[in-house]
Design a binder for this molecule. Structure first.
Ligand SMILES: [Zn+2]
Ligand SMILES: [Zn+2]
Length: 267
């Protein structure tokens, strides 16, 4: 394995919502009234040859509309890590929900990697129903369509390589076209699940997240994540505050903002 195929991987926290209960995070019968905060992340995959960003968060305006506070814009969090969003060439967008596909304009040179099914889903008949539409923002989808007409969208269908050591994998379930990202690191294959698994508990207790296009695909998707990762400890859920506690910050002044995922968790 060449060094150019091995990466460092970072989770950058850009937002949080403390006022959230377990009813918002699990479909199944559960202690629904108990508090269960959620964190919002973007991810960076880095080695000396390339930098690939996974997801782009949302803007202050969008946060206001949905009652969520942004701690820092994704580009500001990335810059704390020494990454200039304006220079990034490749951005993987796991799916187009508002908290994953905003701020696209902060990446003016990037090509956006999406699953073909996700753009079909968000521009087709399912969006006639608020049940599927409510977690999307029309402006984000329209911005991506504009980038498509500038030749800056790369479509993927199923499992494909984005760069040596970085692959995307269609999972489905949460949305029709959600994809997860697998990265080769010095501790083995790490899988950035994004919203294919929001919290460790979704997978560990087999309790689906309530925002869902197809529950069966969501549950089967967890098996696929397990197949892709070296061990269950190599799967990184998309919104779990535990990620910030279990992995080390790369530097002291980044504590609480950035953690390193290519080293073992403290779990
Ligand atoms: Zn989502
Ligand atoms: Zn999300």
């Amino acid at each position: 394995m060449a060094d150019s195929d091995v990466y460092e991987v970072y989770a950058v926290k850009y937002g949080t919502l403390a006022a959230r209960t377990r009813r918002d995070n699990f479909i199944a019968a559960d202690d629904h009234e108990r508090a269960m905060p959620i964190d919002y992340y973007v991810w960076a995959i880095v080695n000396p040859q390339r930098t690939i960003i996974v997801d782009t968060g949302f803007e202050h305006e969008e946060g206001k509309r949905r009652g969520r506070e942004i701690l820092r814009l994704p580009r500001e969090g990335l810059s704390m890590l020494g990454i200039e969003a304006a220079k990034v060439r490749d951005v993987i967008v796991t799916h187009l929900h508002y908290d994953h596909a905003g701020t696209l304009d902060d990446f003016p040179l990037a090509r956006f990697h999406v699953q073909e099914l996700e753009l079909a889903y968000t521009t087709g008949p399912y969006m006639c129903s608020d049940a599927f539409r409510h977690a999307y923002t029309a402006d984000h989808v329209c911005t991506l369509v504009r980038r498509l007409f500038e030749g800056r969208v790369a479509f993927h269908s199923g499992d494909e390589e984005v760069a040596p050591g970085v692959t995307v994998h269609h999972i489905g379930g949460h949305t029709m076209g959600i994809q997860s990202v697998r990265v080769r690191t010095k501790r083995g294959w790490v899988v950035l699940a994004s919203d294919a698994c929001h919290f460790y508990e979704n997978m560990e207790r087999a309790m689906p997240f309530p925002i869902v296009y197809h529950v069966g695909d969501m549950v089967m998707g967890w098996s696929k994540l397990r197949q892709l990762a070296d061990t269950p400890e190599h799967i990184v859920p998309g919104h779990d505050p535990l990620v910030m506690q279990q992995y080390p910050a790369p530097k002291r002044d980044l504590e609480g903002v950035v953690v390193r995922l290519d080293v073992d968790a403290k779990r």
